[in-house]
Write a protein that binds this ligand. Structure first.
Ligand code: FAD
Length: 352
């Protein structure tokens, strides 16, 4: 069965909902297709102790302030799921789930969005599928030889699953630091990072990241010197559990090992250490395989964008994947602005 609409939004996490909010304001007909069975996007799948790196009021989507979570300055992921569920209900956003998009095709006039529940024909598409679904694992020698447990951030839930084990956590970003802090009390933890951990000053949090990303975009747009953006501030927001573990001396990082072997890792000085588990907190890539039929990937596998709009096909917008689709667009507070601009540009295109 084929259905018709002006715009299909692929993904019903925060980016898809922010797009829906602004498409509604542009009076466009649209549908949001989401592969998850329930609202909340990736936030439904994170580890139990995850804390947002900004207070609630600075983690809001357009139109509705995120309420505070009682007793917590930095809300947990469950609080975000509740907020997103309430958000889509409040604005009566037309989210269909579970509907998985398998491919987007172009007939020269319309875009055909093929799903596991039929096809939608649309005049424009906003892809907002996030990155959680495409975990990145670095090519480290011997990774296939290790006989202990190996998992990525996306599979980690709670320290009890590793109680008494020797666990190696790899990665010097927020996920690595938060998971290392989570494991520091119950396991024999070894935290390894490619370079010494760089904490943001304790008195600044995600708000500063948003400001830094915005200032950088503005400087680049105006032809001024690159300010360095978020990376200039540090890699790790010292949320309370990270700060506590660090200050208790439980978060000392070792430089990266050179390879894995059957039972552990080998270090640059030739020594080795046994380990029961390795947790790779090594990041994500954009989940864009559904766009492959459009053939828009350039050199290095990237789809070129101007803001959120595909340079090659102005009917397609990419939203929420990182600074290359709008400054701080991969954050709750940052996605509103590029979502508004995407909806505005699509309304303009469709009115021609
Ligand atoms: P997602 O939440 O991943 O939503 C995408 C949706 O699209 C999902 O429901 C998915 O199932 C669906 N989908 C994917 N593929 C398809 C398909 N083919 N067809 C249909 N549906 C599909 N940001 C902050 O602002 N503050 C923080 O503190 C913060 N902490 C973070 C901590 C971690 C560990 C991570 C990984 C990210 C964090 N972020 C934070 C960044 C960002 O806010 C989250 O990653 C957020 O989930 C991104 O939202 P999204 O809507 O872009 O993607």
């Amino acid at each position: 069965m084929t259905q018709h609409t002006d715009v299909v939004v692929i993904g019903g996490g925060q980016a898809g909902l922010a797009a829906g909010y602004h498409l509604r304001r542009q009076s466009l007909d649209f549908v949001i297709l989401d592969a998850q069975a329930t609202p909340g996007g990736a936030w439904q799948h994170t580890w139990n102790s995850l804390r947002l790196f900004s207070p609630a009021a600075f983690s809001s989507l357009p139109g509705r302030l995120m309420p505070g979570q009682s007793g917590e300055e930095y809300p947990d992921a469950g609080h975000v799921v509740t907020y997103l569920r309430d958000y889509e209900k409040r604005y009566e956003l037309p989210v269909r789930r579970p509907v998985r998009v398998v491919g987007v095709h172009d007939d020269g006039r319309l875009l055909h969005v093929e799903t596991d529940s039929g096809t939608w024909q649309a005049r424009a598409v906003i892809s907002a599928t996030g990155t959680w679904w495409r975990p990145f694992l670095p090519a480290v020698p011997g990774r296939g030889d290790f006989e202990g447990r190996q998992l990525h951030t996306v599979q980690y839930r709670r320290p009890q699953d590793f109680a008494g084990s020797r666990v190696i956590v790899v990665g010097g970003g927020n996920s690595g630091a938060q998971i290392a802090a989570d494991l520091a009390h119950d396991t024999e933890l070894i935290w390894v990072t490619q370079r010494p951990p760089r904490y943001l000053a304790d008195n600044i949090d995600g708000r500063a990241l948003f400001d830094a990303a915005t200032a950088r975009r503005r400087a680049l747009d105006e032809g001024r010197t690159d300010t360095g953006g978020v990376a200039s501030l540090g890699d790790i927001v010292a949320v309370p559990p990270v700060r506590a573990a660090r200050d208790a001396g439980l978060l000392t990082a070792a430089p990266m090992f050179t390879r894995l072997d059957t039972h552990g890792v080998r270090w640059a000085d030739g020594t080795r250490t046994d380990a029961d588990a390795v947790i790779w907190c090594t990041g994500f890539r954009p989940a864009l395989s559904h766009l492959a039929p459009l053939g828009l990937r350039g050199r290095r596998g990237h789809i070129a964008t101007e803001g959120t709009r595909s340079v090659q096909d102005p009917r397609l917008h990419l939203l929420g994947y990182g600074d290359w689709t709008g400054p701080a667009s991969a954050t709750l507070i940052g996605v509103g602005r590029p979502a508004r601009e995407a909806a505005r540009q699509i309304a303009e295109l469709l009115s021609r």
